[in-house]
Design a protein around this ligand. Structure first.
Ligand SMILES: O=c1ccn([C@@H]2O[C@H](COP(=O)(O)OP(=O)(O)O[C@H]3O[C@H](CO)[C@@H](O)[C@H](O)[C@H]3O)[C@@H](O)[C@H]2O)c(=O)[nH]1
Length: 469
C-alpha cells in the first residue's frame, strides 16, 4: 500500500480500547492532532459498552469539521465471557475487540488519503500487529494510557516473569525496572491479576510486553514534574522504540451539557475557594454498599464541604437505582445534605477539578484522574482499588501531588471505617505544603503542554516524523 500521499497534512488513524479510561486519552490525543492541523480518523468498534463513551464520541465528532475528523466503524464480534475469564464488561469488550481486528487491513486501506500512522491502544497491541503484519510500510504507534512508572513495568515484565510462573523469588520484594528514574516497584503494588500467570490479564500483558520493539513509537500520557523525567537517559531496554511523553489534558469538546452539570457548578460557586473535597473513583469502579455508607460517614466527619460521585454499577446503562437505595440509610442521606452534594451521574470532572472551590480530590488513582488533578493543581488523597492504581499512587506521592492510603487494602479486601476516611481527608485538606506542591505541579504541567514545553515539543517531533515519512 502506498502511504506517501499524506505529506503536509498527515492523516492519522486512532484505535481506542474499551472504557472511558482508554477512550478519553485517545480522544484528547485526536483533538490535539486535529488542532495541530492533522486529519484524524477514529476507528471505533460497535456496539459501545457505556453511554458515557457514546456521548463523548459524539461530542468529539461534532467539535471538528467532517473533512478533518471522521469516524470509521467496525463490528465487534460477541465472545463467550467464559473464554475471557472475567465478568467485567469492559474486559470482555477489550477481548472481543482483540478478536475482531482481522478487519483492520481492509479498513485501514479504505481510508483516504492514505494514513501516515496508526496509533492503537496498548490493550490491543498483539492483534493489531498480527492483523497488519503485511502492511510493512505502515508506521505503528502505541498509546500507553497509564503512568510512565506503569510503562516501565509493562516494558520489562517479560524479563522478570515467565508465561508459566510468576517467580517472585527472582525479584524479591521489589521489581527494579531498567528505567533509571523509576524507583523500584514493590511486589505488593503489582496489579493483582499479574500475580497469577493463568489470568487473562497476565497472559495478554506478557504477550504484548514482548512486542513493544515491533512498534515505531510509544506515546505516554505524562508530563513535567509529575514523572516524565523518569524515562530519560540511562540504559532502557534493548529494542525499545522511541517514547513520546505527550500530556493529554481536558479539551474543549469534553465540556458540555451533563444533565446535572449546572446545578453542580452552582453548588460549587457558593463555597469558599479551595474548601471542597471532590470524591470520585473514575468511570468503572464500584463500591460495596457497606463501604459506600462508611464513605458517607467519613465525608460527614471530615467537616469539609464535599462533592461525591457515587457509583454502584460498572456500566452506567445498568445504573438505575436511586441514590437513597444505594446509600440505604435515610438518616445518613439527610446528614450529608448539610455539608455535601452527592450525585449518582456522570459529571464533567475537568470542570469540577478546575473550579476554584475544589481543593482536594479523593481518587482511586486511575491515571487520567491523576493527570487531571495535576493539570488543575488539586491535591489528592489516593485510595487505589485495583489494576495500575497503586503504581500510579506512588507517582502521586513521590511527585508531591498528594498522599495515598497504604493500609486500606485493594478493592473489597476489607471495609474502611468512616472515622479513618474522615481523618485522612481532614489531614490532606489542612496540609498547606501539599496544597502548595499541587499548585506548583499544575503550573509545571501548563508549561510542559504550552508552547516550547516538553510535551508540546514531543508532539511536534512526532508530527514532524509523520510529515516526513
Ligand atoms: O463522573 C465521571 C467519572 C469519570 N470521568 C472521567 O473519566 C475518566 C476516568 O479515567 P480514570 O481516572 O483513568 O479512571 P478509570 O475509568 O478507572 O480508568 C481505567 O483506565 C485507566 C487508564 O488506563 C487506568 O489507570 C485505571 O486504573 C482504569 O480503571 C477521567 O478522565 C475522568 O475525568 C468523568 O469525567 N466523570
Amino acid at each position: 500500500m502506498d502511504h506517501s500521499g499524506a505529506h503536509n497534512r498527515p492523516h492519522v488513524a486512532l484505535l481506542p480500547s474499551a472504557g472511558m479510561g482508554h477512550l478519553t486519552p485517545t480522544l484528547r490525543l485526536a483533538a490535539s492532532l486535529a488542532n495541530h492541523g492533522l486529519q484524524v480518523t477514529l476507528i471505533v468498534g460497535h456496539p459501545i459498552v457505556s453511554a458515557a463513551e457514546s456521548k463523548l464520541i459524539s461530542r468529539f465528532l461534532s467539535a471538528f469539521p467532517a473533512d478533518q475528523v471522521r469516524e470509521k466503524q467496525f463490528d465487534i464480534v460477541s465472545v463467550d465471557p467464559a473464554t475471557v475469564n472475567s465478568k467485567d464488561p469492559f474486559f470482555i469488550q477489550r477481548e472481543a475487540t482483540r478478536r475482531s481486528l482481522q478487519i483492520l487491513p481492509s479498513l485501514v486501506s479504505s481510508l483516504s488519503p492514505p494514513i501516515s500512522a496508526l496509533v492503537s491502544d496498548v490493550f490491543l497491541m498483539s492483534p493489531v500487529l498480527e492483523a497488519t503484519a503485511h502492511l510493512k510500510d505502515l508506521p505503528q504507534y502505541i498509546l500507553f494510557t497509564s503512568s510512565a512508572r506503569m510503562f516501565s513495568l509493562f516494558a520489562s515484565y517479560h524479563t522478570f516473569f515467565s508465561e508459566t510462573s510468576p517467580d517472585f523469588s527472582k525479584v524479591g520484594d521489589f521489581i527494579e525496572t531498567p528505567f533509571p528514574g523509576v524507583v523500584p516497584i514493590p511486589i505488593s503494588s503489582l496489579p493483582p491479576p499479574l500475580r497469577d500467570p493463568k489470568t487473562w490479564f497476565a497472559s495478554t500483558f506478557m504477550e504484548d510486553s514482548k512486542k513493544l520493539s515491533s512498534f515505531d513509537g510509544v506515546l505516554i500520557n505524562t508530563f513535567g514534574k509529575l514523572e516524565s523525567d523518569s524515562l530519560k537517559g540511562g540504559k532502557l531496554l534493548d529494542g525499545l522504540p522511541p517514547l513520546f511523553t505527550v500530556g493529554l489534558v481536558p479539551c474543549d469538546f469534553e465540556k458540555g451539557s451533563e444533565e446535572g452539570g449546572s446545578a453542580i457548578i452552582k453548588w460549587l460557586d457558593d463555597k469558599e475557594p479551595g474548601s471542597v473535597v471532590y470524591v470520585s473513583f473514575g468511570s468503572r469502579t464500584t463500591m460495596a454498599k457497606e463501604q459506600i455508607r462508611e464513605m458517607g460517614e467519613g465525608l460527614v466527619r471530615s467537616g469539609c464541604p464535599f462533592l461525591w460521585v457515587v457509583k454502584d454499577k460498572i456500566v452506567d446503562k445498568e445504573d438505575n437505582d436511586s441514590l437513597e437505595d444505594v446509600i440505604g440509610d435515610a438518616e445518613l442521606v439527610e446528614k450529608m445534605k448539610e455539608k455535601g452534594l452527592v450525585v449518582k451521574e456522570w459529571v464533567d470532572q475537568g470542570e469540577v477539578l478546575g473550579h476554584k472551590s475544589v481543593g482536594g480530590f479523593v481518587s482511586h488513582c486511575g491515571w487520567n484522574s491523576v493527570v487531571e488533578a495535576a493539570w488543575y493543581g488539586v491535591r489528592l488523597l489516593g485510595w487505589p482499588q485495583g489494576g495500575d492504581q497503586r503504581i500510579n499512587a506512588e507517582v502521586v506521592e513521590r511527585s508531591g501531588l498528594g498522599v495515598w492510603a497504604k493500609d486500606w487494602g485493594w478493592m473489597g479486601e476489607r471495609v474502611i471505617k468512616g472515622e479513618d476516611i474522615g481523618g485522612k481527608i481532614g489531614e490532606i485538606m489542612r496540609n498547606d505544603l501539599l496544597k502548595f506542591q499541587a499548585e506548583q505541579i499544575g503550573e509545571e504541567a501548563r508549561k510542559a503542554v504550552g508552547d516550547g514545553g516538553s510535551c508540546e515539543n514531543a508532539m511536534k517531533e512526532l508530527i514532524g516524523k509523520w510529515k516526513n515519512e
